[in-house]
Design a protein around this ligand. Structure first.
Ligand code: CO8
Length: 258
């Protein structure tokens, strides 16, 4: 499938999706959001994909929603189309793990897209921010909700109210990203991490993603029950038998359930 605003490569069970609007620092216009949601849905349904990486360029993961495209829109346009609702839903409906590999700017919708992924690996030149306040709007793709859950109210308020940028060290310190790596090693590290996930029991990978996401979507009591029931149900899989037998026999597991 040929896309105009993204590049998709699938190799060794990993789909690498590169946002590719270099002249606009990968600003998220409707074409890119449509292509991204299409590519993610396709990767989710592709048996040759076990993990997905979304990345941008060395200068920008994405500098936000496309201001040129948005600037003349009216309330009737954005509310009437429910701007980006279907596209962001598509990102969060993906069942396979998605890693955001962020270098450079991840601002506004770019930061929000990274936070929709399952975890963020970032380069040491990464800069995160929710500068929508400078444009007379608020975040609209989950920033006020997700950033607040990830880094707490105080820092989230600071970011959204001042529009300041956060560097990679601060992002790691406050738990927004899982790891910081040198910019030159970002893609290699993301691929290595994805490959590690791709060699696990894939049925268990799906179960892990659903279970961790429950922590954000329900009460602690319900989340704990969900996790325990998932744990119980995995005893119905061949991969559980294989994983535990392999440990006891001191060999590598050969997972087959997916
Ligand atoms: N949209 C469109 N074009 C952009 C964007 C953007 N968000 N960001 C950068 N560009 C373009 C610039 O206009 C410029 O184009 P040109 O060369 O044609 O003038 C080119 O990219 C390079 O940018 P700069 O010259 O500005 O590069 P600098 O290195 O000087 O600065 C910055 C880089 C700091 C990233 C700067 O470009 C910037 O501040 N960009 C805007 C960041 C921003 O405000 N992002 C938030 C946008 S709003 C948003 O994301 C809301 C999402 C919610 C959607 C909700 C749907 C329901």
């Amino acid at each position: 499938m040929a896309y105009e605003t993204i590049i998709v490569e699938i190799e060794d069970y990993v789909a690498l999706i590169r946002l590719n609007r270099p002249d606009a620092l990968n600003a998220l216009n409707s074409k890119l959001m449509g292509e991204l949601s299409e590519a993610l849905t396709a990767a989710d349904g592709n048996d040759n994909v076990r993990c997905i990486i979304i990345t941008g360029s060395e200068k920008a993961f994405a500098a936000g929603a496309d201001i040129k495209e948005m600037s003349e829109k009216t309330f009737v346009d954005v509310f009437g189309d429910d701007m980006f609702a279907a596209e962001t839903e598509a990102v969060t409906r993906v069942r396979k793990p998605i890693i955001a590999a962020v270098a450079g700017y991840a601002l506004g919708g770019g930061c929000e897209l990274a936070m929709m992924c399952d975890f963020i690996l970032c380069a040491d030149n990464a800069k995160f921010g929710q500068p929508e306040i400078n444009l007379g709007v608020v975040a609209g793709m989950g920033g006020t909700q997700r950033l607040t859950r990830f880094v707490g109210k105080s820092k989230s308020m600071d970011m959204h109210l001042t529009g300041r940028f956060m560097d990679a060290a601060e992002a790691e310190r406050c738990g927004l990203v899982s790891r910081v790596v040198p910019a030159k090693e970002l893609i290699a590290e993301a691929k290595k991490t994805a490959a590690k996930i791709a060699e696990k029991s894939q049925i268990t990978v799906l179960a892990v993603k659903e279970s961790v996401n429950r922590a954000y979507e329900t009460t602690m009591r319900e989340g704990l029950l969900f996790e325990r029931r998932v744990f119980h149900s995995l005893f119905s899989t061949e991969d559980q038998k294989e994983g535990m037998a392999a440990f006891l026999e001191k060999r590598s597991p050969q997972f087959r359930d997916r």
